[in-house]
Write a protein that binds this ligand. Sequence first.
Ligand SMILES: [Zn+2]
Ligand SMILES: [Zn+2]
Length: 245
Amino acid sequence: MPAMTPRAVEQRPVFLRVDIGCRGCARSVQLSGPLLRTPCASCGLDAEIGAAVWLALFREIDERSFPSETPRDQTFESSQPTAAGTLGARWRAAALTCAKCQREMTPVEPGTNEAIECSACGTRRDTFPAPAWLRTELPTAMQLYGAARDGAERAGTETGFWITFQGTPPSLSDQHRQAIQSAIGPAPISYAAPLSVPNAAPRRRWEWLAIALFAVLIGAAVYRCGGRMGTPSHPDDGSEVEPSP
Ligand SMILES: [Zn+2]
Ligand SMILES: [Zn+2]
């Protein structure tokens, strides 16, 4: 599988539309980004989506879009149950495009927090890094394009947005690691760490501490004895050659 290496390095844009049923009027509320709260356009009631729900959704999309065989531009569906109803996503592995002329746009370096410009028509598209609460749990989630920023209502009619993933999905790396371990045994680091170090290291440290303590006690005892013996010996006999410690 020579395609796996570049696949793990390249940025993988996924275009998605996400919605959830409104608790108030039961109509569909469009989520134009990984927002934790969005007002329903019909009745104004806030739809709240927990970070864990978003995380489960993005984990699934990351894993399913990762294989290089995943057909581009084929629409997939993923859903996550929530207390308030089902969070549904329709998504496809699709190139980033200009909202006006549909020309393909090149993804920016992850971490960029400013609009990018279409090279053909100059139309700007906002981009910013995936929120910290998502990135800390799913480090492959990189950058959002055309998404609403948290706390800001987005103007316009576009409801879909892109997220880019980069790197091997964490669950797949874990599977690879387990497969390698069952085939050739555990990695040297995890082999050395639990078997030999934890018992030996503290004991050795205690031994050194005990030795140091003994040395100090012996030193103090010798000093005191030497002092006691030395003090009376000095006036008697000035030729004493005992080294004073
Ligand atoms: Zn509503
Ligand atoms: Zn354009």
